[in-house]
Design a protein around this ligand. Structure first.
Ligand SMILES: [Zn+2]
Length: 358
C-alpha cells in the first residue's frame, strides 16, 4: 500500500477562504471580535442529513467565514497555510482560486487585493516547495461588467509560474446569473492567455454544462461531474480535452450525491475524462486533497496504478510550466515504481527557476 501523501499531484480546485483551517478561522474571528456560527467550528459543518444539505446552508457559512478575513495579514496567512497543507499531501502545484472583491475593502481596493494574494503565493511557493499559482474568479452573483473588470485586471498578471494568474473562473451558485453574459469577460481572459476554468455541472446537469461550454469555452470545468448523466456530452468533453475538477467531498457536502459511493468518479475516468481531484472548500466539507485520493482508493477501488493515473491527469490539466510538469510526472512514475511509494517524493523546486519573492 503506497503512501498517497507521497504521490505527486496538482491541486486545481481550492477556494481561498474555503482552504482555511478551522483553527485559523477561530483565531481570525477572535482577533476581529466576530462571532461565528458554532457549527463552523465543530469541524464538520455540513454533517447533516442529506436532504438538509445544500447550497444555501453552504453559502451562509461560507459568507460568515469570509467575513473574518479582513486584513493583509489574514490574506497572507491563508495562502501560506494552504500551501503548507497542500505540500504535506504531496501537491506540487496548487492553483488557488480567489474572488478578490470581498477582501478589497480591507486592503485598499481590488488591485492591492490581487497583488497581496500573488505576492503571498510567491512567498509560499518558496517556503513550502509547492508552486502556488492563482485563478481569479468572478462571481455569478455580481454584474457581468464586474467580471470584465476582473478579467482585465487578471490579464495584467498572466503567467504560469508561482505568484502569477493562470486562469479565470466563474464561481458561486450555478443557478444564478446568465452564463452568456459572462462570455465577454472570458474572451478577455482567454486573449490574455489565461485558462478558462468556470464552475459548472455540480448543482446543475448536462444542459447547463452545454451552456457553460458554448459560452465560456472552458479548458477545465470546476466539477463537471453531472456531465456523467449524459454520455454524449461526456464524450464531447473528452474529445475536446476539457478536464474535470472533481471534488467528491464537495458533491456530498452539498447534497448533490448522498454519499461518496454515488459520486461517478469511476464512470468519468472510464469514459476517458481527464480528472483532477480537488478539495474545493476543506473548511466546510471537512476534508482536504489527500482525502479525495483516499476515497478514490477505498470507496471506488482505484488501484495504485489508477491513482497514479489520476495524479498524472491532474498535473497534465494544470497550467504549470513544462519543466514543472515533467518533474512532477517523473515523481509519479517513481512513486509507482517503489513498492511503498516512498521514492515518489518529487525533487525540490530548483531555486534557479523560482526567483525570491519581490
Ligand atoms: Zn468550487
Amino acid at each position: 500500500m503506497r503512501d498517497l501523501a507521497k504521490l505527486p499531484k496538482a491541486h486545481l480546485h481550492l477556494h481561498f477562504t474555503g482552504s482555511m483551517r478551522t483553527s485559523t478561522l477561530q483565531d481570525m474571528a477572535t482577533g476581529h471580535g466576530l462571532r461565528l456560527p458554532s457549527v463552523l467550528l465543530d469541524g464538520d459543518p455540513l454533517r447533516v442529513p442529506a436532504d438538509e444539505r445544500g447550497w444555501f446552508r453552504f453559502q451562509r457559512l461560507y459568507d460568515a467565514a469570509r467575513a473574518c478575513v479582513r486584513s493583509e495579514a489574514d490574506m497572507r496567512r491563508l495562502v501560506d497555510e494552504a500551501a503548507a497543507d497542500d505540500a504535506a499531501e504531496g501537491s506540487g502545484r496548487l492553483e488557488i482560486q480567489v474572488d478578490p472583491t470581498s477582501y478589497a475593502p480591507f486592503v485598499g481596493g481590488i488591485t492591492p487585493a490581487v497583488e497581496i494574494v500573488l505576492d503571498a503565493a510567491r512567498v509560499a511557493s518558496a517556503a513550502h516547495g509547492t508552486e502556488v499559482a492563482v485563478v481569479v474568479a468572478a462571481s455569478r452573483m455580481r454584474h457581468p461588467l464586474d467580471a470584465r473588470t476582473l478579467a482585465r485586471l487578471s490579464a495584467r498578471y498572466a503567467g504560469q509560474g508561482p505568484g502569477e494568474v493562470v486562469g479565470f473562473g466563474l464561481s458561486n451558485d450555478e443557478r444564478r446569473g446568465d452564463t452568456e453574459e459572462f462570455a465577454a469577460a472570458f474572451r478577455i481572459a482567454r486573449r490574455a492567455g489565461l485558462a478558462s476554468v468556470p464552475h459548472g455541472g455540480e448543482l446543475l446537469g448536462p444542459d447547463h454544462v452545454r451552456q457553460v461550454v458554448s459560452a465560456l469555452a472552458p479548458e477545465r470545468l470546476g466539477h463537471g461531474v453531472r456531465a456523467g448523466e449524459d454520455p454524449a456530452l461526456l464524450d464531447e468533453l473528452v474529445a475536446a480535452g476539457v478536464a474535470l475538477e472533481v471534488c467528491p467531498s464537495s458533491n456530498v457536502g452539498l447534497g448533490v450525491y448522498p454519499d461518496l459511493e454515488a459520486v461517478p468518479l469511476r464512470r468519468l475516468v472510464d469514459a476517458g475524462a481527464r480528472v483532477a481531484l480537488g478539495a474545493d472548500d476543506p473548511l466546510l466539507f471537512g476534508s482536504r486533497l489527500g482525502a479525495q485520493y483516499e476515497a478514490a482508493r477505498t470507496v471506488h477501488g482505484f488501484t495504485d496504478a489508477e491513482l497514479a493515473a489520476l495524479a498524472r491527469s491532474s498535473i497534465e490539466a494544470s497550467r504549470a510550466s513544462s519543466g514543472t510538469r515533467a518533474r512532477l510526472l517523473a515523481g509519479v512514475d517513481a512513486w509507482l515504481a517503489s513498492p511503498d511509494g516512498g521514492a515518489g517524493d518529487a525533487p525540490p523546486l530548483s531555486s534557479a527557476s523560482h526567483p525570491p519573492a519581490r
